[in-house]
Design a protein around this ligand. Structure first.
Ligand code: 2F8
Ligand code: CA
Length: 264
């Protein structure tokens, strides 16, 4: 226990701004007068110190708490920043993946369009081939002979050149056009005189095929064309089968067999 004297001494150490002897006297007087312990100012000081210490402790505690809180929040903040960066990276990855997928999808769409176009072409080609096949079957069934890309049919009756041509047209064909030596040789198989699709009916001396093309390679028999005996011989037939050059011009109204050709 600190005595009142000691407390007084202690308080005097701190409170040197007052008159010490006077304070001592006053203190004694106060004790004597009021029977109150003379060490009250020291007690005050003591309380002040205790309170200050308490406040310091509270301040320290508050500082600790705020420091810990700051550290905690900072750590939390760092975590959140990392999480945010992670999310950003993930999002960037997603966006990049989405872009790749979009490009892939567009490429697939283009490929699909190409494939569709290819399929349409193949379908058209297929239909065309079917039609051609049906046509081949039709002409073969009708007794036509196939040679080098065309079907040929030699008539079994005789007609003037114009009627002969009409017959061919009604069969989806026309009178034969000879474009090569091979075709010329093929035309000589028939031993009958046969009309072919060549004439100069429009302009004398200007020999024209039924498809409108002008004559270039010709196989006239020797002395032909001659408008024999000044007759109007405007249509051409295969006459001299035993010669490579077998053509003869003859009057169109004469009746002969004829050869139709269907180009395939
Ligand atoms: O000698 C060639 C001559 O032969 C016939 O007349 C006799 C032909 N006439 C007919 O085919 C109608 C001519 O055209 C031919 O030039
Ligand atoms: Ca002639």
């Amino acid at each position: 226990m600190v005595s009142l004297e000691e407390e007084l001494e202690l308080s005097m150490t701190y409170e040197n701004f007052e008159d010490v002897p006077a304070r001592k006297a006053a203190s004694r007087r106060s004790v004597e007068d009021f029977n109150v312990p003379a060490a009250a100012p020291g007690m005050k000081m003591y309380r002040l110190v205790v309170v200050s210490f308490g406040l310091l402790c509270i301040l320290q505690a508050a500082l600790n708490i705020s420091l810990r809180l700051t550290l905690y929040l900072e750590a939390g903040c760092n975590n959140l920043t990392e999480e945010r960066d992670d999310l950003k990276r993930t999002l960037e990855n997603y966006v990049s993946q989405q872009n790749s997928l979009t490009e892939e999808r567009d490429e697939m769409k283009r490929i699909n369009l190409d494939l569709e176009a290819g399929r349409n072409l193949l379908t058209e080609e297929n239909h065309g081939l079917k039609r051609t096949l049906e046509e081949y079957a039709h002409y073969l069934q009708q007794g036509w002979v196939y040679f080098s890309g065309s079907f040929y049919r030699i008539s079994s009756t005789m007609k003037p050149w114009q009627d002969s041509r009409r017959d061919c047209q009604q069969r989806g064909a026309d009178l034969m056009i000879i474009n090569s030596q091979e075709e010329q040789d093929f035309s000589r198989q028939s031993k009958n005189i046969t009309w072919i699709g060549l004439m100069d009916r429009n302009t004398e001396g200007e020999w024209t095929w039924v498809d409108g093309t002008q004559l270039t390679t010709s196989f006239w028999h020797s002395g032909e064309p001659n408008n024999y005996l000044n007759k109007n011989e405007d249509c051409v037939n295969i006459n001299h089968h035993d010669h490579q050059n077998s053509w003869n011009d003859a009057p169109c109204e004469n009746e002969h067999f004829w050869i139709c050709e269907k180009k395939m």
